[in-house]
Design a protein around this ligand. Structure first.
Ligand code: OOG
Ligand code: NI
Length: 463
């Protein structure tokens, strides 16, 4: 007689709670949601085929609730505890992102649901970065930052107690789940009072704006919450008309008939008034921004390698990469080499697909005929169909672009590329999942389900 609320439901409540809080904290977020809802409605009205395919894939519902957020943590202990907290909500660390290459002294993972069913219900994800203090050159400042961070407590006692309760009891009751959501939301709240003096803030800021953002505050304020649009170019064009200062370029692949991976745009961070300790000096800080994304299909390792190669090709051209005036055209030209036909993407194993029976009678007849299971033949004859699997993760180059544009652009620190996945996982207290392996498993499970049904039908036919 389990009276526990499922982790999926807790996550759903939590994402709603975060969205409600962010709406009151950052009014432009409300404007962004409205814009995205209108564009999605117009896109669905104009493209009945898209509406139908989203409905068939069971994805239309999640579009309205789908958000991702981002936070930046200061210590390994914070990251390890965050992992336990996200687990209560059915969110697990997936992927490793090294942002040091892009001059941002953090590395990150994405906490997100992993099963197909959980993703359909509410795919809420949080891009979670950990500050890399070892990348601060000044040893004195590094130690000072470490001391400041060691003193803060970003979780409420009740949030920690309820997390321990979940771990020992195996779940939370309805009332406990509500309390958990309320308490954990506190961790992500914005605080306009810094925990440091203006002088210290300035020193941290000189090391890197991001160091100041993490070290000067009581907790890891949520810095954006991103809705998913079906047409990011329309959203990008509409943003300035609604007073949202969009960044110059859309990150990710170019516009295509069949979208791949992830395309993102954002508007600049807000200038916030901060009260510092000692004498109540006031100053300002930019931390929070707005972002919109459009998701396309997940790519195989081969497809991803092609994406990375084409993107690198455009970015390394003469004329400053994405700052080039004709970046959009260059991107589109380079990606002419990336097939834009679902059948080709499937046949060349560039993207992942979930397979399903498209013709029940034909499937049963084929099975009963004694023909061995042949996926390619079933597909060719229209008996089995394939729908692209949505990309549920992030892109390091895009993330770096988003970080940069919100750091004010002028921030150009460079660190040697030094991915440190083992150190990150040590801090996390667990390995991160390989995102491509998850898509692979999802595709394979859909084929296996067909194989099993085929065998059952063949058996029934033989009796
Ligand atoms: C995270 C930026 C990365 C994305 O969508 O790629 C990100 C941050 O600014 O903390 O959210
Ligand atoms: Ni984001």
């Amino acid at each position: 007689m389990s009276s526990f609320v499922s982790p999926d439901q807790i996550r759903d409540r939590f994402s709603q709670s975060m969205s409600a809080m962010y709406k009151t904290e950052v009014p432009q977020y409300g404007a962004l949601l409205e814009l995205v809802a209108q564009i999605n409605q117009a896109t669905l009205d104009a493209q009945p085929v898209l509406r139908q395919s989203l409905t068939e894939a069971g994805e239309l519902h999640r579009l309205d609730v789908e958000r991702h957020g981002a936070i930046r943590l200061g210590t390994p202990e914070e990251l390890a505890t965050m992992r336990r907290i996200f687990r209560v909500m059915g969110m697990f660390p997936v992927g490793y992102y090294d942002l040091s290459v892009a001059g941002v002294p953090v590395h990150a993972t994405a906490f997100r649901p992993v099963s197909d069913e959980a993703l359909r219900l509410n795919p809420f994800r949080v891009f979670t970065s950990l500050l890399r203090l070892e990348l601060i050159a000044d040893a004195g400042l590094r130690e000072q930052a470490r001391d400041i961070l060691a003193k803060r407590r970003i979780f409420t006692d009740e949030a920690l107690a309820l997390t321990a309760r979940f771990e020992s009891d195996g779940g939370l009751t309805d009332a406990q789940a509500d309390a958990f959501v309320r308490e954990v939301t506190e961790t992500f709240r914005w605080h306009s009072e810094a925990t440091v003096s203006l002088d210290t803030y300035r020193q941290l800021h000189a090391a890197h704006r991001l160091v100041a953002d993490v070290v000067s505050f009581k907790g890891p304020h949520i810095n954006h919450l991103t809705p998913r649009t079906l047409d990011i170019d329309a959203a990008q064009a509409e943003m300035p008309r609604r007073g949202l200062a969009a960044k110059d370029v859309v990150e990710g692949p170019p516009r295509r008939r069949h979208p791949i991976l992830l395309r993102q745009t954002s508007f600049k961070a807000l200038e916030e008034t901060i009260v510092f300790t000692q004498g109540g000096d006031a100053g300002s800080h930019t931390a929070r921004f707005g972002e919109i994304e459009q998701r396309g299909m997940a790519l195989t390792r081969k497809g991803r390698a092609l994406y990375d190669q084409l993107l690198a090709q455009v970015r390394s051209m003469e004329g400053a990469g994405s700052a080039a005036a004709d970046y959009g055209q260059r991107l589109a030209a380079a990606f002419a080499d990336f097939p834009d036909e679902p059948e080709v993407l499937l046949d060349q194993a560039l993207a992942f697909f979930r397979h399903h029976v498209a013709d029940e009678a034909g499937f049963a007849a084929r099975a009963a005929s004694g023909t061995p299971f042949d996926l390619a033949a079933l597909r060719r004859d229209g008996i089995v169909g394939a729908r692209p699997i949505v990309y549920e993760d992030f892109l390091p180059v895009s993330a770096a672009g988003i970080f940069q544009s919100n750091l004010g652009g002028e921030e150009q620190k460079s660190y040697a590329a030094n991915a440190a996945q083992a150190a990150f996982e040590q801090a996390l207290g667990a390995p991160v999942a390989d995102e491509i392996a998850l898509y692979e498993a999802s595709q394979a499970a859909s084929v296996e389900a067909l194989r099993v049904r085929y065998a059952e039908l063949a058996g029934a036919g033989a009796r």
